[in-house]
Each structure stands twice: as structure tokens, then as C-alpha cells.
Design a protein around this ligand. Structure first.
Ligand code: UD2
Ligand code: MN
Length: 593
């Protein structure tokens, strides 16, 4: 789910290189690759990977025989209460070679019983809520999978059965997207046929991707609500009732649980942070961002009720079966993996519904650093076609911004036929993307009609203000701002959005935020200008003085300034304003729509 940068010549897929090299001399800046000479004079090539979507290197030892072997071998106490599984030193090489199959520690997973216990990780306010089960709608739980491990797939199924009131669990539908592992065929059917719940196994002969697999499940489903889960999840106590209750009170909502983390290494349960909202980067990749002031204000009254999320992560959510139809199911031209969560989120919000997170529903999921599947036709081709479709149908003028930012997607643009999706949009009389940004995602850092978008150039040197490059792992690329040679191409680290939109009589703009991709805002810390997670606090407000060309920090009245000795050259500071050339900046707009 995350973008990460990793040097191209590193073959070790365990360690993403999170270090950000200082850019001194840019050579080539593409969307997927950057080349530059760093401050030590070393030629650096950095590839950009989409964390979960990129298939990692295959392993010669993974023969058909190994892949078809089911090594599930539970040891009763292992992993109970969500505790980590310990792999002994002499087992490390076995565990590493098995890791390649699913990009998680299969040896650890295979030791944990299918019915393992997990702690109740809900907040006390949530545990105190009670629901009248007789008044809640029933649900079909739909789980799609492609070559999933036995232990993770069946722990998903068992956790659903063990932790859902039988009356509400209408059925479980397993959709096999052309898996070729033998243990997922008859042995799977035999295993589920004796479980105390109606379980339907559907199979696609051809690889259809997760969207069409979910649609296949949805067509068979007869419960009132459709609840989708990935095939490597574990539900926790009380997970289902809050989702169903929300849909009962408002049928036009897609509601997601809080997604906790099952460690891909030890399979321990790690509780995740509840103060967030889902959004997307300029590349339309899903991201979690910290809850803004606005969102906290909305939630302050009651922290246990579902709250708005502009974008859903995609895998785990419940939606009324009728509403799913009414709102246009999925774009069935989206292949394999990616983009469907963006499309569905924009569609539901723009067409009158809501996407929410219920803080009282907790489901854990195994997050991986790379994807184990094959992507027939190529990862980029698939992902960027899907994203191009979402942009073409839902983003209006902002689609041009997306295509300029993402040349790969632009190349696939004309190949998309989106007529039926556009007619759905007009049939449902949906709001436009501008409405979505303003009303659903006020925290967004996209350009807009009343925002500056472009480069911030130091007048005397002609150099560009640059934020730290890339991301990496699960963190935003925070850190000190730099001044570097500008590049011609659109390069995300040199592009800024400023929300200071009108000018007063004295030549100053009103205060606003200076933002970049990944919800980064220019902040002031101990004399340094830094890119930090946007917080909505006044500490991140700046204004631009059109007479002095200064960029002034709102709280302190200090000015954005290039470094002065003894500071390191090329770093950006905050000093008292003196009108010097060190503090004069030009805002050079870029045409984005
Ligand atoms: C996230 C979502 C995932 C989906 C994806 C974007 C969560 C926790 N997960 O990535 O549900 O929205 O973003 O598309 O929010 N699968 C198939 N056929 C395929 C490929 C995948 O059936 O060709 C299945 C796979 O077995 C799994 C599910 O689809 O059960 C999601 O795939 P993933 O786990 O690789 O996605 P993830 O969690 O990285
Ligand atoms: Mn997943």
C-alpha cells in the first residue's frame, strides 16, 4: 500500500532503503526512475516502486512441488492472543525460502491454529455498546483469493465464523481467482463443507483479477449486506455489528473497519492507530494520513461513531447489497489489482453516498512489502490503466493534473473505453471532483482554482525549493527543505500548492499552507524549514509578501531564507526578515488543468 524508494541495484527485497540522498545535480527525472549526482559526487539511480503491487524476484527453489505442498502444522499455543511466533535460528533459512511464496512468513503462519484467540482490542466506549441482533441486516462475507496460503485463507474463514453472531452471518463466499495450488481445490472444499456456516466456493478458470472476482461473488450473494475481506485477515471481537448497524441506519454508506496489522514476519497482532483518514497521493495511490483538526472537531463529540474517510483502503468494507448495485458495483474493466478502491470511493462520495470508517470494528490484515502475484501484461500497464480509468471518469479537470504527473498513465489513456461509466455518472447525477475536494476532503493537497500550484524559486540563484524525496516504508518523506537546481520536467518534490489565495492592500496574501504531495506542509522548527505532515495547526501557516518577495511564517513573523554560514549550503532556514536577497522568492505557476 505504500510507495517506497529503493536503489535499483539492491536485490535484497527485505530492506527498503529509506535513506534519502541529498540531490545535488539532477540528471534524469522520470516518474519511475531518478538519476542524479549526490552530494558526495556519487551517481545514484533510484527506482520508484509501488510497494504492494510490484512482484518481487522469483526464487529458483520454488518448484511446483514446493508450491503445491501444504505445510500447515499448527502447534497449539503458538500465536495465541495475537502473540508473535518465534522462529528458531536453525529454521531461518527455511523460513526465508518459504517467505518468497507469499511475501510473508509462511512458516510462522503455518504454526498458528486456525481458531487462534485474539485480544479484544476495542476501546472501552466500543465494548460498552450493545446491538439488538434481531434488528440488524444479515451479511454475505465475500473473500476473493489467488494462490493464497492455506493457513491464512482458512484463518480468515474461521475467524469470521468464530467472531460473528451466527444469525448475522448469512453465508461466506470464497472466490478462487484461478489459483493453481492443488490444496486449494478439493481439500479446500472438503474442509469448508463441514464448517457450521453456509460456505460457497466459486472458481474462475481464467485469471480475472480481484474486481471481477468480487463481482462474481456479489452476483451469488443473497445476504442483505456484502462484506468484503482480503484472504489473509483475522476479525476480532465485535467486528461485525458496528458495520451492519451503520448500514441499517444509513443504507447509502460503505463502511470500513479499522485495519489492524498482522505482522508479515511474526504474525503478531499489532493494534493500529485510529486517528486517521484515508486519502490518495498525486499518483492516486492510497495513503493513510493523520486526522486533521477538521476531522477531530467532527469526531470530538463521540469517538465511537463512524467517521468520514475520503478514500477507502479497498479490501475490507461492508455495503448494502442493493446499494452496491444502485451505485454501479465496480468498473469491471479494471484488471488484477489496484485503483478500484479510488474509483469506488470517488463514485460513492460524488454520487451522494458516504465512505466511512467505524472505529469500533477491528479487523487485522497481513500487510506485505511486495506483491506475490504475477501481473499478466506488467504491473505498470495494469495499475496505470486502472488508475487512468478512475481519473478519466471521476476527476474532471484534475485528470489532466494526474496525467501530467504520471506519463505512464497518460500513455494508456486513449486505450480506455469509459462510455458506460460516464453514462452511469450522468444517470446518478453525480457531483464533480471540485465538489469532492472541497466538501469531502478539505485536507487535500491537490492544486485547485483558488490555489497556487508550481515551483518556488529563489530569485538570486534561480534554484528550486525541494522537499525530501520519495517516501519509503510507511512514512511520509519528512525532513529539511533544500535548494537545488530546478528541473524542466514535472517533478513532485519541486512542486508546491499554496492556499494563500487573496492579496490584501499592503501586498501581503492572507495566511495559507504551503503543501506538497503526500500531505506534507512547510513547517518551522528551530530555525529550519522542514516538510512535515500537514496538521492544520496555525504553526504551518505562511503568507507571501508580493512587495518584498518574502515568504513569511505566520506565528513567528520570520522569513524563509537560504542558509547562511555556518549552516550547510543548500539547506533552507527561517531567519528574521531583513529584505535581503536570501529571502526573496518567485512563485512560478505551472499549468495543471
Ligand atoms: C489493498 C487492499 C486490496 C485491494 C488493493 C487494491 C486492503 C487491506 N487491501 O491491497 O483489497 O483493494 O489494495 O486493488 O485494503 N487477488 C485476486 N486476484 C488477483 C489479485 C489479487 O483474487 O489477481 C486477491 C488476493 O488474493 C487478496 C485480494 O485480492 O485476497 C487483495 O489483494 P492483496 O492482498 O494483494 O492487496 P493489498 O492488501 O496489497
Ligand atoms: Mn491484502
Amino acid at each position: 500500500l505504500w510507495l517506497a524508494n529503493k536503489p535499483r541495484n539492491t536485490h535484497d527485497d527485505s530492506g527498503w532503503d529509506l535513506k534519502n540522498d541529498d540531490v545535488a545535480i539532477p540528471i534524469k527525472f522520470g516518474k519511475n526512475q531518478r538519476e542524479y549526482i549526490d552530494s558526495r559526487g556519487i551517481h545514484v539511480v533510484v527506482g520508484r516502486y509501488v510497494g504492494d503491487s510490484l512482484p518481487g524476484p522469483s526464487h529458483p527453489n520454488l518448484t511446483e512441488e514446493v508450491l503445491n505442498q501444504n505445510n500447515f502444522n499448527p502447534i497449539p499455543s503458538q500465536g495465541e492472543w495475537g502473540e508473535p511466533v518465534a522462529i528458531l535460528p536453525h529454521e531461518h533459512s527455511k523460513s526465508q525460502s518459504l517467505y518468497r511464496i507469499h511475501r510473508f512468513n509462511l512458516l510462522a503462519s503455518d504454526r498458528i491454529p486456525l481458531n487462534r484467540t485474539l485480544p479484544d482490542i476495542r476501546k472501552p466506549q466500543c465494548k460498552a455498546l450493545s446491538y439488538n441482533i434481531n434488528e440488524l441486516p444479515t451479511t454475505s462475507v465475500i473473500i476473493v483469493f489467488h494462490n493464497e496460503a492455506w493457513s491464512t485463507l482458512l484463518r480468515t474463514v474461521h475467524s469470521v465464523i468464530n467472531r460473528s453472531p451466527p444469525k448475522l452471518l448469512w453465508e461466506i463466499i470464497l472466490v478462487d481467482d484461478a489459483s493453481n495450488r492443488t490444496f486449494l481445490k478439493k481439500p479446500l472444499e472438503d474442509h469448508v463443507s463441514v464448517l457450521p456456516t453456509t460456505i460457497i466456493v466459486l472458481r474462475s478458470e481464467k485469471r480475472i483479477g480481484l474486481v471481477r472476482a468480487r463481482l462474481m461473488g456479489a452476483r451469488e450473494a443473497t445476504g442483505d449486506v456484502l462484506t468484503f475481506l482480503d484472504a489473509h485477515c483475522e476479525t476480532t471481537d465485535g467486528w461485525l455489528q458496528p458495520l451492519l448497524y451503520r448500514i441499517k441506519t444509513n443504507p447509502n454508506v460503505a463502511v470500513c473497519p479499522i485495519i489492524d496489522i498482522i505482522s508479515d514476519d511474526t504474525f503478531a497482532l499489532l493494534r493500529s492507530f485510529e486517528l486517521h483518514h484515508g486519502g490518495m497521493s498525486w499518483n492516486l495511490h492510497f495513503r493513510w494520513f493523520g486526522a486533521s483538526e477538521t476531522l477531530m472537531a467532527e469526531r470530538r463529540g463521540n469517538m465511537s461513531i463512524p467517521f468520514r474517510t475520503p478514500v477507502m483502503a479497498g479490501g475490507l468494507f461492508a455495503i448494502g447489497r442493493d446499494y452496491f448495485q444502485e451505485i454501479g458495483t465496480y468498473d469491471d474493466q479494471m484488471d488484477i489489482w489496484g485503483g478500484e478502491n479510488i474509483e469506488m470511493s470517488l463514485r460513492i462520495w460524488q454520487c451522494g453516498g458516504r465512505v466511512e470508517t467505524s472505529p469500533c470494528s477491528h479487523v487485522a490484515h497481513v500487510f506485505r512489502k511486495s506483491s506475490p502475484y504475477t501481473f499478466p501484461g506488467g504491473v505498470n500497464q495494469i495499475l496505470y490503466s486502472n488508475l487512468a480509468r478512475a481519473a478519466l471518469v471521476w476527476m474532471d479537470e484534475w485528470k489532466e493534473f494526474f496525467f501530467k504527473m504520471n506519463p505512464e498513465a497518460n500513455r494508456l489513456r486513449d486505450a480506455q473505453s469509459i462510455r458506460s461509466r460516464l453514462s452511469l455518472r450522468s444517470r446518478l447525477k453525480c457531483n464533480d471532483f471540485n465538489w469532492y475536494l472541497k466538501n469531502v476532503w478539505p485536507e487535500n493537497f491537490f492544486p485547485g482554482p483558488d490555489r497556487f500550484f508550481g515551483k518556488i524559486i529563489h530569485r538570486a540563484t534561480g534554484k528550486c525549493l525541494e522537499r525530501p524525496l520519495g517516501g519509503g516504508g510507511v512514512s511520509q518523506p519528512i525532513g529539511r527543505l533544500k535548494l537545488v537546481p530546478c528541473v524542466q520536467q514535472w517533478f513532485d518534490a519541486h512542486l508546491w500548492v499554496a492556499t494563500w489565495n487573496s492579496t490584501r492592500k499592503d501586498g501581503r496574501t492572507l495566511p495559507g499552507y504551503l503543501m506538497s504531495d503526500e500531505s506534507l506542509c512547510v513547517d518551522h522548527l528551530d530555525g529550519e524549514a522542514r516538510a512535515m505532515a500537514c496538521s492544520g495547526f496555525s504553526k504551518q501557516l505562511w503568507h507571501h509578501n508580493l512587495r518584498t518577495n518574502a515568504i513569511v511564517h505566520g506565528n513567528s513573523g520570520l522569513c524563509l531564507s537560504i542558509s547562511r554560514p555556518p549552516e550547510t549550503p543548500g539547506e533552507v532556514s527561517v531567519h528574521s526578515c531583513d529584505g535581503s536577497s536570501e529571502q526573496q522568492w518567485t512563485l512560478q505557476p505551472e499549468k495543471w488543468s
